[in-house]
Write a protein that binds this ligand. Structure first.
Ligand code: PAF
Length: 298
């Protein structure tokens, strides 16, 4: 496995692999790798000859009050996990490689970035789309793999790739979960122990909604009331949003669900750090599939 820090070196390797007819799959990450990331590596492996993982904690996608400084950076463990999983290249640039001196070029996706995480994290998606653009230009992959836990991010990146005409397949990989149902996330390790136990509330709330829909419930407000009641059973949880949205355009769902509908959650919990105000933001989601009755509008 090669570890590269320079964009020019990575581009040269991409050209060489492509010249020999090889296929490259890129897994962009911010490190602190867990089994969820490694399932993305496996999905990438099934699609390409070479699997490349980028590790870069992207400053421009964190707000001034967010956890950029606290974000875990266990590089040696990450590199070891990549090596053990058969990764061919780890790309670990310094910030100056991706944001050269005097940087002032940003890539922005419009309406899709406004609701949900975009509403609570102004500028976040601009940071994501700018860095993903840089990574795609540097690695020239045939396939880029992203987790479905970040459902909105995946939708935004698909839009970015279509709008800018990148010749890359964007592959979404299913949410990986801990044995207790909590979606795997690098942020889980930042949770206070009691908060980690309560974090199960997100997956439970998704299950409650799924069961309601399976039982024939189609009223959006009733489904959300049950979701909120389930989240309220976790007293440490602060709900940023619990919303039902159209999974393509991310527009609000109709009052009666009429087809596949995204249930998206963002919930904050206390962090393990000594700072009593420090919080950890977790997200999770599920696409609900309501029964359609003949009298429902299509
Ligand atoms: O999902 C992430 O880890 C990040 O948002 C990404 C896509 C690597 C961009 O920094």
């Amino acid at each position: 496995m090669r570890i590269m820090e320079s964009t020019a070196e990575l581009q040269a390797r991409a050209d060489a692999v492509r010249a020999e007819g090889g296929r490259i799959a890129l897994v962009p990450t911010m490190g602190a790798l867990h089994e969820g990331h490694l399932t993305l590596v496996d999905a990438a492996r099934a699609k390409a000859d070479e699997v490349w993982v980028s590790i870069f904690v992207n400053p421009s996608q964190f707000g001034p009050e967010e956890d950029f400084e606290r974000y875990p950076r266990p590089f040696e463990a990450d590199a070891a996990a990549c090596r053990a999983r058969g990764v061919d290249v780890v790309f670990a640039p310094e910030a100056g490689e991706l944001y050269p001196d005097g940087h002032q070029t940003w890539v922005e996706v419009d309406a899709l970035t406004r609701p949900l995480c975009g509403a609570g994290r102004p500028g976040h998606f601009r940071g994501v789309t700018t860095v993903v653009t840089r990574l795609l230009l540097a690695a020239k992959p045939h396939v880029a793999v992203f987790g479905e836990k970040d459902f909105q991010q995946l939708a935004v990146i698909r839009r970015l790739v279509r709008d800018l005409g990148f010749d890359v397949e964007v592959l979404g990989a299913p949410i990986a979960r801990e044995p207790d149902g909590v979606a795997r996330s690098s942020r889980n390790r930042l949770l206070a122990p009691a908060a980690r136990r309560e974090a199960r509330a997100l997956a439970r709330a998704l299950d409650v909604a799924e069961r309601a829909v399976a039982d024939g419930e189609a009223r959006a407000d009733e489904i959300l009331a049950r979701v909120r009641a389930e989240l309220a059973r976790a007293p440490l949880a602060f709900v940023e949003y619990a919303e039902l949205r159209d999974p393509q355009r991310l527009e609000p769902a109709p009052t009666r669900l009429q087809g596949p509908t995204l249930l998206a959650l963002a919930v904050h919990f206390p962090a393990a750090s000594g700072d009593p105000g420090a919080r950890v933001r977790l997200i999770d989601n599920r696409v609900l599939h309501p029964h359609l009755h003949p009298e429902d509008p299509s």
